[in-house]
Design a protein around this ligand. Sequence first.
Ligand code: PMV
Length: 325
Amino acid sequence: MTRIDVTTSANIALIKYWGKADAQANIPAVGSLSLTLAGLLTKTTVTVPGTGQYLLDGAPMNQAEAARIQNLARAFNLNPNSFNFSSHNYFPTAAGLASSASGGAAAALALAVASGGGIDTKILLSETLKASGSAPRSLLGGFARLDPNANGVSLRSLPMPPFWDLRVLIICTASGRKQHLSREAMEHSKTSPYYPAWLATHKDDLDKAETAILKGDFAQLMAIMEHSTMKMHALPLSSQPPVLYWNGVTLEVVRRIMALRDENGWPGGFTMDAGPHVKLFTFATHVEHWRAELKQIAGVNDILESACGAGPSISRDGQPLAWQL
Ligand code: PMV
């Protein structure tokens, strides 16, 4: 018997994608730039041979989940009944962060290794992308940039400025699941009159964010992240009918972050995904300053902390497997 273990981490986009160029292949309409997050993990184990048993967090997968793994297996020329698959997500429940990114990346990598031979990067990328538009970014640690191109997508790593000890505070402003699935909401955003402007201006934001990272200009990176975040949310807000991801606490947190930054000069910037929680990027030196203030806002349920996370780790029969995208 062979046992393959893969661990991957979630990621959060500083410059988010929104919209699909190709719904079938799940190709995003625009690129994205993310940070892989420490401590928000998926651990996936594939054993070969097996009997086609698929488990998620210890329970049998539902039909749709199992079908995704079966399709993934076929893409890597594996018989779906020839192995056992088990995946666990180690996510703080309050975080409201999807496990689809780390889960998709872990499943694709584990099955790619299980299929034997080398890992075909092109297939790995396109199959990970099918799990979710944000999943390929979890194939890298640190900053990752994903760009659509004529053949699908390209993915590359951006260097972390050596003096940046980044922290991400996840400021939880609600409990429970998000209301709108991002795939459907992205399609619906095409009803916004701003959608063409989003497509036309997005690459410039990505390039500016990349330049800010390469120069180690944190304030500039935060400025472009906030600008792009607000442009992204303007799409669902201006769709017909409108889609609103924020609640009152979301706005209160954003206002407070802006005010505290103005008053104290603390390093920091906010972003929100397709949900009501606010994520604050800052440095380790200022985490406690921010936390002490933000936890006082009525309606803030919890504040979780993460940092720059590593890329996937893979082992076969307990022996680490070196792998790089
Ligand atoms: O493709 P999904 O379902 O992971 O949607 C991602 C949506 C955003 O988080 C808002 C954007 C992003 O680039 O992560």
